[in-house]
Design a protein around this ligand. Structure first.
Ligand SMILES: [Zn+2]
Length: 899
């Protein structure tokens, strides 16, 4: 009989920033890398060191020791350092699909710059695994994945389970919603099962007896995987000596210092037929529910909100507009890669999750601002380039043209605002204060304007005011040109502004004031507390502030919607744990005050002010429980008797012809140790919900599996969550609020707005006062209602996905142009609007790439065109896959390439 092989892989799981700030971990990383390189040089038998699946380690090391670049490159080339496949070890659920693609692409580029990439997907520590992982890995050229969480291994002595989330072996087949399949390798004994191997014979005997039994319990083949390392573990310098000792003590095994590529080849050659098959997302469904770490989705909500905003600016605005508006040769490849590398630093599984110390998250906010500045610069250049190409000389002389741009994949209806420059006075022509006075004079004139389209027809719009302020042009070939400009603040109502489109409009001065459609007596508000358009009727209760909403399309009424709930939280950045008293405060406990904020024919805004008297913080018991490092499941703290006012200002907006009811909430949080949610009791009878995840609309059960003990069942979402029965449904959109929970009793969708905790949690005592999120807060979300048809449900998903992506506007001159006054740069026609576009960019060869996924679990016909071209289908590396004629498969991810 052949000997069992023990593959020992040396590694260190490198949380780049976590319970210490980045630089403190960084300096330890430099030490680790110095030692690894020395070991590689001095011990030829040392097979290799695995750099934790993340190529950023190379950049971080060389930032301190640039002189070691050749040594590192040589080690990678010789297979002594195993790098990639990712740039960072990301969080799965809290970052955009495009972020995942960039993580693959930049990881591969970084690895291949020096040598070759490790050939396995690597998710040792992610807090659950996204369902599209198999398809995404296939599109990244990988067919196997190692991961640490999400599946319950049952072991050889147990019966093979029928469950989709259990596996009898550490190896399994993992199938995604599109039926893509990869080989999954679970770290059934964690990624530290071969850490600190003793050299001492007696210790080694005991160590291996135990460890070999553990690994054999789950292994499906005679190839046993031992991971020699753990979190921030220094390299074991005498590992080769330790393996010699092991070989002497256990001659029936063959001990091999190895790497993932070799281990994988051996496992694949020996796989048995009876592997378990697991399906879709893996979020520890078969556990007691306490340690899924899902509540990281509500830790430091401000990070998630900023991330949503910055992702939109980088992906939908800067990258897309640069791809379609700039000449091919001017596409800013390097600048975008620079921005993506910075943003990916924030997308690591201890960073965007908000489960690190305060210094880490402070640095993240600076990174977000840097990425935002790069994105805004690229966007501004690109939208100016687009406006320059649009023909505007058909507008009358003396009119002021401007271009509106819809960068989203959904037609938009509603009011857009623009700042349109009317005139400017240059500093070179006069003293600044004199120029300011000149422009102010224009601003104070009683002018009258109409908003006109290119064909001269008047569109619904108006000037709401004027401003005068400093500005400066920064020409590429001359010195800066400062000036004072005068600007009109313009509101334009657009109806069905096409997806991926531009349209030139102009302000035309009139001699006499004119009545516009939106200045008539029409109103969307009645009785001071009812909002109504042709699709919805919304009544705000004067008694408790909750909403009664009639969806006119289905004639279905929803009651007691938008109620705020405040509960105590004695948990940590990872886990919500309600205080033992279960003291809950609701906005419906008191009458609100209600004010009309805006009342026009096209938009109504009502402000509801609700005051909740909530406990200031938890009792001192919590402080003791934190210092004594008592696990959250054993805590007994309650909420204090002392209270503080939490005053929520909810601005409820309804626009003409819009199916979306928007909520924008502002408040000042002065309480500690609590969680704030908004509740929508839909009373729909549904056993599942649908939510946007990564490249996927995932269907999840509303009631957890039988082992679940955690009284809450939090879930993560991208842009929306939906509940529907056979007749009607509700889609709840959010702007950077990724945590929701379905309360099955009355079909409530609960959306977390804020969670305030004072400690990191996990393995020690780390205080995090800034995770209490004190001071000014905001939250934005919206309800979209749909009927029984798939088309209407998917339409609500598309509206939700693009609700917070603004329409851009840019002032331009009257000029000739190569583009007509209105048009589109991309045509997407899928049955039932099933194709969601996640990104438009240029690949390394500067070909145009359009990426997206099927929102539906059914196949659909689809046609995607750029300038009458149909393109071809490629993978994440832009390698040809097939032609585009086949229907879009269920849950398929597609990359279209246009030469
Ligand atoms: Zn980690």
């Amino acid at each position: 009989m052949a000997k069992k092989k023990v593959f020992v892989i040396s590694h260190s799981h490198w949380d780049r920033e976590w319970y210490m700030p980045f630089e403190k971990h960084h300096l330890r990383l430099v030490k680790l890398m110095d030692e690894v390189l020395d070991l590689i040089d001095t011990d030829p038998k040392f097979n290799s060191f695995q750099l934790d699946g993340q190529a950023i380690i190379i950049d971080d090391y060389l930032a301190v020791r640039p002189e070691n670049k050749d040594r590192v490159a040589k080690a990678i080339k010789n297979g002594k350092l195993r790098v990639g496949p990712f740039y960072v070890l990301q969080d799965d659920f809290l970052i955009s699909p495009e972020s995942h693609v960039k993580d693959f692409q930049i990881g591969r580029q970084t690895a291949e710059k020096y040598g070759q990439m490790m050939g396995i997907g690597y998710f040792p520590d992610t807090f659950g695994n996204m369902g599209q992982t198999p398809q995404m890995l296939r599109l990244a050229g990988l067919d196997a994945v190692a991961f640490g969480r999400g599946v319950k291994p049952t072991g050889l002595n147990n019966q093979v389970s029928e469950s989709a989330f259990e596996s009898s072996f550490s190896e399994m087949n993992w199938i995604g919603p599109d039926q893509s399949q990869v080989l999954g390798i679970l770290f059934a004994n964690w990624y530290s099962n071969g850490n600190e191997i003793p050299v001492d014979r007696q210790e080694a005997k005991q160590y291996w007896t135990e460890k070999l039994a553990d690994v054999e319990k789950y292994a499906s083949t005679d190839n046993l995987l031992m991971m020699n390392g753990v979190d921030h573990q220094p390299v074991q310098k005498d590992v080769m000596k330790a393996l010699e000792v092991a070989q002497e003590l256990f001659p029936d095994y063959e001990f091999i210092h190895s790497n993932f590529d070799d281990y994988l080849a051996a496992v694949k050659a020996d796989l048995p037929k009876n592997l378990s098959t697991i399906n879709g997302e893996l979020t520890s469904q078969e556990t007691d529910g306490w340690y899924t770490l899902t509540n990281t989705a509500s830790s430091r909500i401000y990070l998630k909100q900023k991330n949503a905003e910055v992702q939109r600016k980088l992906i939908n605005e800067a990258t897309q507009l640069a791809a379609v508006a700039l000449p091919k040769a001017e596409y800013p490849h390097d600048q975008l890669t620079y921005a993506w590398k910075l943003l990916l630093e924030n997308h690591i599984h201890d960073s965007i999750t908000g489960c690190s110390v305060d210094e880490v998250h402070r640095e993240m906010m600076t990174r977000f601002e840097k990425v935002e500045a790069v994105a805004e610069s690229i966007r501004d250049d690109a939208q100016t380039a687009l406006a320059d190409q649009v023909k505007t000389d058909q507008f009358p002389e003396g009119s002021q043209p401007f271009v509106v741009i819809n960068p989203s994949d959904t037609a938009k209806t509603g009011i857009i605002t623009a700042e349109v420059e009317l005139d400017r006075a240059l500093f070179k022509d006069g003293r600044p204060d004199a120029q300011f006075a000149k422009m102010q004079l224009i601003a104070q004139q009683n002018r009258h304007y109409a908003v006109i389209a290119a064909d001269g027809r008047q569109v619904v719009g108006r000037v709401t005011g004027y401003t005068t302020h400093f500005g400066a042009d920064l020409p590429e070939d001359r010195f800066r040109v400062p000036y004072i400009g005068v600007y009109a603040q313009v509101e334009v109502y657009v109806k069905d502004l096409p997806a991926f489109s531009w349209q030139a409009l102009a302000l035309q001065q009139l001699t006499t004031p004119k009545m516009y459609a939106d200045q008539t007596a029409e109103s969307l508000i009645s009785d001071g507390r009812i909002l109504e358009n042709n699709l919805l009727k919304v009544e705000i209760s004067a008694v408790d502030g909750s909403l009664t909403i009639l969806d006119k399309k289905t004639n279905h009424t929803y009651h007691r919607m938008a109620v705020y709930e405040d509960t105590g939280d004695m948990g940590n950045e990872y886990i919500y744990k309600e205080t033992a008293d279960q003291k809950r405060i609701y906005s419906t406990d008191q009458a609100p005050t209600i004010h009309i904020k805006e009342d026009s024919a096209k938009r109504g805004v009502i402000e509801v002010v609700s005051t909740l008297q909530i406990p200031c913080q938890a009792t001192p018991q919590l402080d003791y429980e934190q210092r004594a490092v008592i696990d959250i499941t054993h805590r007994q703290a309650t909420r204090s008797q002392e209270t503080v006012a939490l005053t929520l200002h909810t601005f409820i907006t309804l626009e003409a012809d819009s199916s979306a009811l928007k909520f924008d909430v502002t408040y000042d949080n002065q309480a500690l140790d609590h969680r704030l949610r908004v509740l929508f009791p839909t009373e729909l009878e549904a056993t599942t919900n649908e939510a946007e995840s990564v490249f996927e609309v995932v269907q999840r059960p509303n009631v957890p599996e039988k082992y679940w003990e955690n009284p809450t069942n939090p879930q993560r979402q991208q842009a929306f969550v939906n509940l529907h029965d056979e007749k009607v449904g509700v889609t709840l959109a959010n702007d950077g609020l990724p945590e929701y929970e379905i309360l099955p009793k009355d079909g409530t969708i609960a959306l977390t707005m804020l969670r305030c905790v004072g400690e990191l949690g996990d393995w020690g005592y780390f205080l995090t006062p800034e995770a209490q999120c004190q001071g000014a807060q905001h939250a934005s979300f919206a309800l979209i209602f749909h009927d029984e048809t798939t088309a209407d449900r998917l339409q609500s998903y598309q509206v939700a996905r693009t609700l917070y992506l603004p329409i851009l506007t840019v002032t331009t001159s009257r000029h000739q142009g190569t583009c007509s006054a209105e048009g589109t740069w991309l045509e997407v026609n899928a049955d039932e609007q099933a194709f969601a576009v996640t990104g438009v960019e240029r690949d390394q060869a500067s070909d145009l790439i359009v990426r997206g996924y099927n929102l539906d679990s059914q196949a659909h016909n689809i046609d995607v065109q750029v300038a009458d071209q149909k393109g071809e289908l490629v993978d994440f590396q832009s390698q040809h896959l097939s032609e585009t004629t086949a229907p879009l498969k269920a849950a398929e991810i597609r990359n279209y390439r246009f030469k």
